[in-house]
Ligand binder design. Structure first.
Ligand SMILES: NC(=O)C1=CN([C@@H]2O[C@H](COP(=O)(O)OP(=O)(O)OC[C@H]3O[C@@H](n4cnc5c(N)ncnc54)[C@H](OP(=O)(O)O)[C@@H]3O)[C@@H](O)[C@H]2O)C=CC1
Ligand SMILES: O=C1OC[C@@H](O)[C@H](O)[C@H]1O
Length: 402
């Protein structure tokens, strides 16, 4: 299911980029991309084609030939054989960084020091101390730095958020967020299995943390009640799965999260389906505890890719009655400035460009929010016994081919 949705996202982006490509305005922001990662076309290349103020002018790879091939394939003018060379190009104003997680902090820092605005893939860094450091640099240099939690920029996410906080359903009592992929679906050579690249299920499927925190409007949990990692047999430092229970504050809201990059078969032989992230939010009316609701932001396509298909489902706990809603181009903060076909990534790019151009974006992820997200991840890793993850800015790792 999720594989089909991901493939559909690439197709969706391609179709709309082809049919809605726009000419570039004279003040278009010149972007460079650090790495030839798999996610680039969906996250930045296609969305940029439909944005008049964003122009991808350079791509960098550790290997010049790869960069050249990539540039030719996507019509990018300049190709560089190292990330440093791209950062040395003074015509580039902003970079998108899609490197493995452990390299996010190091290269964001270098990009900011080269006076580039930075759109940085999730999870922001390997840990909270790296996150604090890069935001300090961005602030000192007055540059825009954004964690690429694309799904949060889609109106559907804001509708769920406003429903939760409307008071209509009483107080939130508990949440459950999950994201899993079936066993053997991620090749063992993938960056997600590498400890030195800050892989692991909680790092990769960090959506379970970001969605929980976003829908609840929470910062850092007061307590990690439990955190259980299922360690990878190939590298015991890597969590192939992580399950945790978090308590937020004295109002007692509890959240369960479950991330699994190797979800086991049912009864050993029946394979699982690939699940995109999903979140269930349970509310309760204090006066009539049985009259609360369960609010699902997942049915039909997940909050992660609402541009393909989704609906928000509200279930009355007492009667079992369900109502559903869909939202593509309406949100509490959106007016005419969006299109129903925009993907989560396109919304995100709009906000990032708005911020650089000095306009107020429809949504933003504040530095403290991203830092708190990394702090939450650190706390879960610590509680699980695996220990916090490390980035290349903290160790002497050369970003060279292994
Ligand atoms: N927002 C979203 O929807 C998604 C976000 N992501 C995030 O994007 C980032 C990249 O993920 P993904 O596209 O799957 O990554 P890939 O494995 O496809 O690409 C990572 C790139 O990093 C570069 N790189 C630099 N050093 C290394 C190294 N030591 N080992 C491997 N690659 C290296 C390589 O580029 P080169 O050889 O050109 O230098 C490589 O192509 C991750 O942080 C991930 O969490 C991933 C998927 C979806
Ligand atoms: O960000 C992501 O989104 C899609 C997932 O399948 C992937 O592992 C992750 O990196």
């Amino acid at each position: 299911m999720a594989m089909a949705l991901q493939a559909s996202t690439f197709l969706h982006q391609y179709i709309y980029a082809t049919t809605h490509a726009v000419p570039k305005s004279p003040n278009a922001i010149r972007f460079g991309i650090l790495s030839t990662a798999m996610i680039n076309p969906a996250a930045i290349i296609r969305p940029a084609e439909t944005h008049p103020e964003v122009k991808i002018t350079a791509i960098a790879s550790r290997d010049l030939l790869s960069a050249k091939k990539y540039a030719a394939k996507y019509g990018i003018k300049n190709a560089y054989g190292s990330y440093d060379e791209l950062l040395g190009d003074t015509t580039i104003q902003a970079v998108y960084i899609s490197l493995p997680n452990a390299l996010h902090g190091e290269w964001a820092e270098k990009a900011l020091n080269a006076s580039k605005h930075v759109l940085l893939e999730k999870p922001l860094t390997a840990n909270a101390s790296e996150a604090r450091r890069i935001f300090e640099i961005a602030s000192a240099k007055n540059l825009v730095l954004l964690e690429a939690f694309h799904w949060q920029f889609h109106p559907a996410a804001h509708v769920v958020h406003s429903l939760v906080h409307s008071g209509r359903y009483g107080q939130v009592k508990r949440t459950y967020a999950r994201m899993t992929t079936p066993a053997k679906s991620i090749p063992k050579s993938d960056i997600r299995w590498k400890y030195d690249l800050a892989g692991g299920s909680l790092m990769d499927m960090t959506y379970v943390v970001s969605a929980t925190r976003y829908f609840l409007d929470k910062g850092v949990p007061e307590q990690i009640i439990s955190a259980k990692a299922r360690r990878s047999p190939e590298d015991r430092r890597i969590d192939e799965a992580m399950e945790a229970e978090l308590r937020w504050d004295k109002d007692g809201v509890k959240s369960k999260i479950y991330a699994d990059m190797e979800r086991r078969n049912v009864a050993v032989i029946v394979p699982r389906v690939w699940e995109l992230p999903a979140v269930e939010i349970e509310c309760e009316d204090a006066a009539q505890p049985q009259a609360g609701v369960k609010l699902n932001a997942d049915r039909g396509g997940s909050f992660m890719m609402p541009h393909l298909y989704h609906y928000i489902q509200v279930t009355d706990k007492k009667t079992g009655h369900r109502t559903t809603q869909k939202h593509y181009n309406w949100g509490p903060k959106w007016g005419a400035n969006s299109e129903p076909w925009w993907s989560t990534y396109r919304y995100q790019l709009e906000a990032f460009a708005d911020r650089i151009q000095g306009r107020q974006p429809a949504h933003w992820i504040d530095p403290q929010d991203s830092i708190d997200g990394m702090q939450t991840i650190d706390m879960i890793y610590e509680k699980s016994g695996l220990g916090i993850r490390h980035g290349s800015s903290e160790k002497t790792i050369i970003a060279g081919k292994q």
